[in-house]
Design a protein around this ligand. Sequence first.
Ligand SMILES: [Zn+2]
Length: 131
Amino acid sequence: MKSAVLRAESEAAIQLAELSIQETGADGVYISWHDGHRESHDFGGQTFTVEEYRERVLPKLREPNCYHRPYPVMLSETNQPWWSGNRADPFGFAEFLRQFNERLEQLKKLDEEIAKVKERVKQLKEIGFTR
Ligand SMILES: [Zn+2]
């Protein structure tokens, strides 16, 4: 059962990647990296052209119990080298996520501030204050 779910999840990720490649014109595919991968799956944490991905990597992603996931990327539009040397975070995804969450926290605080001001305006109207 567990492996059937994993297989479905893996296939969904593969199909989603194909769809993204077609819809966005992505010309590369980054393969997620994880510990304890089988020897023949040494492509984790690396980026391939779409052609390389389809020929060399994709068939292996469909092997049973594979935890690698493909993420389409724009190789031609990035000025950064695609390989940062950090196997666990070659594209700086962790840093991106950190900044995203930080921004989200700021927006939440802003939302709370707006709610406070709205509440204050409501209170002022209730006591008959008009502009
Ligand atoms: Zn794998």
